[in-house]
Ligand binder design. Structure first.
Ligand code: F6P
Length: 363
């Protein structure tokens, strides 16, 4: 019987459970055995009880739950050669050579690395007597499908990543709540949202929440932004607006790389207007709680396709990334998606913001 492993890795995201459920049930439906690898790549390294077979009813009732019931971790050990070797040995021990990884950029980059290195690792494990030549012959390749689970929406190859829509809903609710207290007191609030180096959550929530001003990593403000910001807020107040809301992405910075933090913006406002703006850092509230309907169906649809991909894979198949494009499930090469994603970081680091926005594709 074919054995499929499924893991969630890196930061959790709402909708990961929907993907796990779809993968387990589609796998069983297709006649495969599905194993959860608990705590992501860290669990693959630890092996033993971290790799457990899941049945149909083991994934009952998880569709609407936030987080990931099979656990996740950010594994430093997986970045080492020994960590990867041990993970390969444990997967082969369990007869798993088809893997679906639900994770962010870091987890998928590591997965791609292990996939490419698999034949070499297998040879080394045989040499060291850690697996038998028969085991090696049975599992000459690793077939991988990646699903992007991350609230950041920072990966090329999919229009949306699992969790982003839920996080956006959570942020929008928070902005609405903040607006009502801000209006009452005629106050200014600076709201910091997550997203690492990606401004998607900040931009979309600024639009959805009707914010006055936003700071994005891909579009650093030109020098003199302090005056322009104060002017925009003043004009809003002059027009009768009682609240001012600024959204700052956690990765926002000046063109010279100096971070634009909520407290820096607060200082600017204090110096120029005398107002003591309030700061709300939304933090992990954005990542927790119930997944939205979109994240549930999207993760389900991608999970079903990921199982098909690993079951239909041929020896010369490339690892794939399963995501969505124009509201339909879309499959692309994991290798090129990872490389294109990393290029965006390089563009931002070299201050080529237009190229970063164009490469992001949802600028
Ligand atoms: O990648 C998801 C994310 O929530 C980012 O938006 C944020 O920068 C980071 O993870 C926080 O990581 P941690 O949960 O390890 O504090």
């Amino acid at each position: 019987t074919v054995r499929i492993g499924v893991m969630t890795s890196g930061g959790d995201a709402q909708g990961m459970n929907a993907a796990v459920r779809a993968i387990v049930r589609t796998g069983i439906h297709e006649g495969a055995e599905v194993f959860a690898i608990r705590e992501g790549w860290q669990g693959a390294i630890q092996g033993g009880e971290h790799i457990v077979r899941l049945g149909w009813s083991d994934v009952s009732g998880i569709l609407s739950k936030g987080g990931t019931v099979i656990g996740t971790a950010r594994s430093a050990e997986f970045r080492t050669r020994e960590g990867q070797l041990t993970a390969v040995a444990n997967l082969i021990e369990k007869g798993i050579d088809r893997l679906i990884v639900i994770g962010g950029d870091g987890s998928l980059t590591g997965s791609r690395h292990l996939c490419l290195g698999w034949p070499e690792y297998v040879a080394e494990l045989v040499e060291a007597g850690r697996i038998t030549p028969e085991q090696a012959a049975q599992h000459p390749r690793l077939y991988i499908a990646g699903l992007v689970g991350s609230i950041d929406n920072d990966m090329v190859g999919t229009d949306m990543t699992i969790g982003t829509d839920s996080a956006l809903h959570r942020i929008t609710e928070a902005i609405d709540a903040i607006s009502s207290t801000a209006e009452s007191h005629r106050r200014t609030f600076i709201v910091e949202v997550m997203g690492r180096h990606c401004g998607y959550l900040a931009l979309m929530s600024a639009i959805a929440g009707g914010a006055d001003y936003t700071f994005l990593p891909e579009s650093p403000p030109r020098p003199g932004w302090e005056d322009r910001m104060v002017d925009v807020l003043a004009r809003g107040r002059a027009a009768g607006r009682r609240d001012s809301i600024l959204i700052v992405a956690e990765g926002a910075a000046d063109r010279d790389g100096t971070p634009i933090t909520a407290s820096r913006i607060q200082d600017v406002l204090r110096e120029r207007t005398g107002e003591e703006a309030r700061i709300t850092i939304l933090g992990h509230v954005q990542r927790g709680g119930t997944p939205s309907a979109y994240d549930r169906w999207m993760a389900t649809a991608c999970g079903v396709e990921a199982v098909r991909q690993v079951l239909d894979a041929e020896p010369d198949s490339e690892p794939v990334l399963v995501g969505v494009h124009r509201d339909a499930v879309h499959t692309t090469g994991l290798l090129s998606a990872v490389e294109a994603t990393h290029r965006i970081g390089d563009y931002i680091a070299s201050a080529d913001y237009d190229a970063a926005v164009a490469a992001r594709g949802h600028g």
